[in-house]
Design a binder for this molecule. Structure first.
Ligand code: PLP
Length: 401
């Protein structure tokens, strides 16, 4: 187990507002003044510390949030974006040109899958989907056109763990950039410490934690972030997925409670996963010793944050899954809603929602069954009552005896 503690990095991050405010001031301007035109010209050429030009490029509050994220992902630099998809697409397009290839894990978020399968080919970028646990297959899929290996640290929705140290060895051997989407496991996994080059997040999820906005980030080296914001050629500068500064301010405040939230999400998820397993339900949770990726996650995770707040169960078929979700919402276990990382429990059926972009045949190949229900477990102080309600619903629908 690694000894890195991302929460200390956040705790040590002290910034002051204009008048010594404990929360840095919100930037309420799209543009910034200069005392002389020469300085403006200089800024068009290269970044100048503490000097701002235009909010699509940088503004102070987005910089503060980006710096906090860089500390917590242990990277030299970071940039916030207006969505997780904005972060993923910008990172890919910064690296790839027409004719290039990407090797991607096949169990990934449906929106990312659709971007890779349907959109990137329009730009002449080809994506090969492989099982990233099959390291021979990764090597066999690499050609002289390959530029990127892309995967999710904890995959959506089957919660498979990416062997980041092993895949990063392959990426380094062939001179490829290794991008890891760490949306499901902030605090728990620090991909760059394990060998990844770029970490992306949908901050919409656990990092923000209040399901009131859409946001993302890219964490990497100074050089990579500088290339993204390059005024004449950078992907974020020119595609423009800029995060609104009011949102950056609220996300920065929420980031400071992330360590506590992740601990509680993990504690509640572990309890439910163990109880579901005892009931004989098929459970996917990498915190369970019976899970095939338990040992791997245990060997790469940061101590003290558990195994994450996501669980998936197999209800048997879609009909039962749909009935279970309807009944759980009626019983006030949580909400039948996509997304994750909220303080209330959320549940959805991936095959019929967040992974529906993936063709049925592919879903079968990756082991995504029709009866799968994905849970993002909430922050209930006592999770036992929620468990009792879920058990009651499972009995009614004949998922358990
Ligand atoms: N990555 C993962 C793992 C996700 O689950 C999602 C959204 O569900 C995204 C990326 C996309 O993020 P956003 O909705 O913030 O654009």
């Amino acid at each position: 187990m690694k000894t890195f503690d991302p929460s200390t990095c956040i705790n040590d991050y002290l910034v002051f507002g204009e008048f010594g405010d404990v929360n840095p001031s919100i930037t309420d301007s799209s543009t910034f003044t200069f005392r002389n035109p020469g300085k403006m010209e200089e800024l068009f050429d290269h970044e100048i510390e503490g000097c701002f030009l235009y909010s699509r490029h940088w503004n102070p509050i987005n910089k503060y949030l980006s710096n906090a994220l860089a500390r917590f992902e242990d990277t030299e630099s970071a940039q916030v974006t207006s969505s997780g998809m904005g972060a993923i697409s910008s990172a890919i397009l910064e690296i790839c040109s027409s004719g290039d290839e990407v090797i991607s894990g096949r169990t990934i978020y449906g929106g990312t899958y659709a971007l890779f399968k349907n959109f990137l080919p329009k730009l002449g970028i080809k994506v090969k989907f492989v099982d990233l646990n099959d390291h021979k297959l990764i090597e066999n899929s690499i050609t002289d056109k390959t530029k990127i290996i892309y995967g999710e640290s904890v995959s959506n929705p089957l919660l498979e763990i990416l062997d980041i140290p092993k895949v990063s060895e392959i990426a380094k051997k062939y001179g490829l950039k290794f991008i890891v989407d760490n949306t499901f496991s902030p605090m728990i996994i620090t991909p760059v410490r394990l060998g990844a080059d770029i970490t992306v997040h949908s901050m919409t999820k656990f990092i923000n934690g209040t399901s009131d906005c859409v946001a993302g980030c890219i964490c990497s080296t100074h050089d990579f972030i500088a290339s993204l914001v390059d005024i004449t050629s950078g992907a974020t500068m020119l595609l423009g997925p800029v995060l609104d500064s009011f949102r950056a301010a609220s996300i920065l405040k929420n980031l400071h409670t992330l360590h506590l939230r992740i601990q509680k999400h993990s504690e509640n998820a572990m309890f439910l996963a163990e109880e579901f397993e005892k009931l004989g339900v098929k459970v996917y949770y990498p915190g369970l010793r019976s899970n095939r990726h338990h040992g791997l996650l245990d060997s790469i995770r940061n101590e003290g944050f558990g195994f994450g707040g996501m669980i998936a169960i197999d209800a048997g078929d879609y009909n039962k899954a749909a009935q279970l979700m309807t009944r759980m919402q009626e019983e006030k276990v949580g909400y039948l809603a996509v997304s994750l990382g909220y303080f209330k429990t959320l549940f959805s059926s991936p095959g019929h929602s967040t992974s529906s972009e993936i063709p049925e045949e592919e879903q079968k190949k990756m082991g995504l069954s029709d009866g799968l229900v994905r849970f993002s477990i909430g922050l209930d102080n006592d999770i036992q009552p929620a468990y009792e309600k879920i058990k009651k619903c499972m009995k009614e629908i004949n998922i358990i005896k």
